[in-house]
Design a protein around this ligand. Structure first.
Ligand code: HEC
Ligand code: HEC
Length: 371
């Protein structure tokens, strides 16, 4: 009783003395210092010598605790205005982190302008993100969906407040980043954690294609023919095997060169007429209009519909598009030209594409919803 009345008196005095100054010291019960901070470094198991080095920013090293926090945030609808939608609503593990829709739906079902992108091997996309390359890093990217009116429609200050008042997140932020008080939770730390989780989404050694290269499996005759056409294995020296030109843009081992190309989707006379200008909409350069990021073909079996606007439902339609050489437009790539493939050869090309499937990626418990 006595102590309590002392505290009461002291606080009254404090209140009185700090009349018009805000109280700066955060409340003691928001301290996180009692929780151990001992992050465990993660070295990703790429297991494929052909793969490039995964570039990781110096100020955001991968840790078990960081990836765990990022995974929770990625799957948590707490990031959306009405707690209905999360990153994972449009990036589903079973769709290789796409949503299998032509146009994604944000909060309230509102329809976006482009098709969701696979996040498989997204950490290797080092020449800009999104179909038009408008941001460079995963840390920058992860900030955007929260306030996007077509996606999560929320405001960061409100999200941060919810995270600070949450039962588990303050502890997770402490363990991942060593913050000493709940008030140190920021959107930048949330984005760092999400980026860490995304960098862990790797498919590099479990597809049949990878296993074939490692000598653990073999191509069927049909798949081998597809591979030879895709990669121009004979470099034009075997007239019986047409060159399908695919590897120029969908190069091994990532099956994307991460560049921006126009693969002839629309007949356009003037570059200003592209409905979606892609890279050119960002750079303003005429020669960039109608060019889009070359997507990976790994797990292509699971990411339909295809292209930035989801216009093709099936791989057969995609192959027919390339065989036709696509439509004229001023920025169309010179690698797009009609290819003389008969039905057997088209099927072989598709059979090869299906060797890029990695079912284990879709079922990996480390990538699944933690809630
Ligand atoms: C409403 C659906 C939707 C939600 C919610 C959503 N995304 Fe996306 N995401 C998309 C679409 C659509 C694109 C392609 C957009 C574009 O190119 O303009 C995309 C692109 C991306 C990319 C670029 C991938 C690449 O290879 O360039 C990343 C990374 C990404 N999203 C991560 C996230 C994260 C992290 C969240 C949650 C904070 C999130 N997304 C929430 C639909 C969504
Ligand atoms: C000049 C570069 C280039 C060449 C050559 C090329 N592609 Fe593409 N590919 C792209 C681009 C760019 C996109 C995305 C276009 C868009 O959405 O606007 C794409 C998209 C795709 C997609 C859809 C991916 C998705 O996630 O939606 C598939 C499948 C595909 N290509 C397969 C092939 C095959 C098979 C070949 C060979 C017959 C080939 N590509 C040749 C550049 C190329």
């Amino acid at each position: 009783m006595r102590i309590n009345s002392w505290i009461y008196l002291v606080s009254l005095l404090l209140l009185w003395s700090c009349d018009d100054e805000p109280i700066v010291t955060p409340p003691a019960d928001d301290s996180l210092e009692d929780i151990a901070y001992d992050p465990q470094a993660v070295i990703l198991d790429i297991g494929n010598p052909l793969f490039p080095i995964l570039e990781i920013p110096d100020d955001n090293p991968l840790t078990v605790e960081g990836i765990d926090l990022g995974r929770h945030l990625f799957f948590d609808p707490i990031l959306s205005i009405d707690s209905t939608t999360s990153c994972a609503s449009c990036h589903l593990q079973q769709g290789s982190f796409t949503d299998n829709k032509a146009f994604s739906n944000g909060v309230g079902g509102i329809e976006g302008k482009r098709s969701s992108m696979s996040l498989l091997n997204v950490g290797f996309n080092n020449r800009g993100l999104f179909w038009d390359g408008r941001v460079m890093t995963l840390e920058e990217q992860a900030l955007l969906p929260i306030e996007d009116p077509l996606e999560l429609q929320h405001q960061w200050p409100d999200v941060i407040e919810d995270l600070i008042n949450h039962e588990q997140y303050p502890e997770k932020f402490r363990k991942a980043f060593g913050i000493t008080n709940k008030s140190e939770i920021t959107k930048e730390l949330a984005a760092k954690a999400i980026a860490q989780f995304e960098r862990s989404l790797i498919s590099s050694k479990e597809s049949r294609f990878d296993r074939i290269l490692m000598g653990l499996d073999v191509f069927s005759d049909e798949e081998r023919l597809g591979f030879e056409m895709f990669t121009d294995f004979y470099q034009g020296n075997n007239p019986d095997i047409p060159d399908a030109q695919c590897f120029h843009c969908h190069d091994q081992p990532l099956f994307t060169n991460n560049d921006y190309e126009n693969n002839g989707l629309d007949f356009i006379i003037s570059v200003d007429d592209f409905i979606d200008q892609g890279l050119g909409g960002i750079t303003g350069i005429q020669g960039d209009k109608g060019r889009f990021r070359v997507p990976t073909l790994r797990n292509i079996e699971f990411t339909a519909p295809y292209m930035h606007d989801g216009r093709f439902e099936t791989l057969d339609e995609v192959i027919d598009h390339y065989v036709s050489g696509g439509f004229y437009s001023p920025t169309k790539s010179a690698f797009l030209d009609s290819i003389n493939l008969d039905n057997t050869q088209k099927q072989a090309l598709k059979a090869f594409l299906l060797t890029l499937s990695d079912q284990k990626f879709l079922e990996n418990p480390d990538f699944s919803n933690p809630f």
